[in-house]
Design a protein around this ligand. Structure first.
Ligand SMILES: O=C[C@H](O)[C@H](O)[C@H](O)COP(=O)(O)O
Length: 232
């Protein structure tokens, strides 16, 4: 079975948890896109849900699939967010943001009663950090912000290359919020909650891709079937 089929299987498993009347957070990325498409099929069959997209790409996908949309200004809490991840560890802490949507994804996840992470099982890691950590930054004062990020890494015993993410046009990649992303190759993040706290306190850092304590459930599809993990 190829990777894309595994992603679709994980998405289908998450769909089993969607009930009529739910307010949903709709994630971003190739796995979340499967969920939006499958959800669209259920909506066409009469399911009543409303979704908040976590990116302009997901907004367009959801509109194409006929999923009704709203915003966090119009609804209070969301019942469930279903989203992909770049890495998942045994505590269900995550690295996200490979597609650049981490800021809206984190806002939506934090406004949800439950977050289900869907992925193929290559995303499962014993310790976060193999995937470069995305840090969303304000372009103003970038060098100062970068130095502050490097100081935080050193304080956490981490050393690694930092690179401004480029877009397809070769210029800096710009997020939906108009910010840039620094990708940091850290290798192994031994204390992700501490790193998350320190990064979040840097002026100029808008958000980072460490999702600590936000995911309730992970559904990971592999050749042996789907494994479901609940946050310990
Ligand atoms: O910014 C993008 C998101 O965090 C994605 O959910 C993440 O990169 C996983 O994407 P994919 O399902 O394409 O591997």
């Amino acid at each position: 079975m190829n990777m894309d089929e595994l992603k679709r299987q994980a998405a289908a498993k998450a769909l089993e948890h969607v009930r009529d009347g739910m307010k949903l957070g709709l994630g971003t990325g190739s796995t979340a896109k499967h969920f939006v498409e499958l959800l669209g099929e259920r909506v066409a069959g009469g399911l009543k849900v409303i979704g908040v997209p976590t990116s302009e790409t997901t907004r367009a996908d959801a509109q194409r699939c006929g999923v009704p949309l709203t915003t966090l200004d119009e609804v209070d809490r969301l019942d469930l967010t279903v989203d992909g991840a770049d890495e998942v560890d045994p505590a269900l802490n995550l690295i996200k943001g490979g597609g650049g949507a981490l800021l809206r994804e984190k806002i939506v996840a934090a406004a949800s009663d439950r977050m289900i992470v869907i992925a193929d099982d290559s995303k499962w890691v014993p310790t976060l950090g193999r995937f470069p950590l995305p840090v969303e930054v304000i372009p103003f004062g970038l060098s100062a912000t970068r130095r502050a990020i490097a100081d935080v890494f050193a304080k956490c015993g981490l050393h690694g290359e930092m690179a401004i993410r480029s877009g397809k046009d070769g210029h800096a990649f710009v997020t939906d919020g108009g910010h840039w992303i620094i990708d940091a190759r850290l290798g192994t993040i031994t204390d992700a909650p501490r790193l998350a706290g320190l990064l979040g306190a840097i002026p100029g850092v808008v958000e980072h891709g460490l999702f600590i304590g936000l995911a309730s459930t992970a559904m990971l599809a592999g050749s042996q079937g789907i494994r479901v993990f609940e946050r310990p």
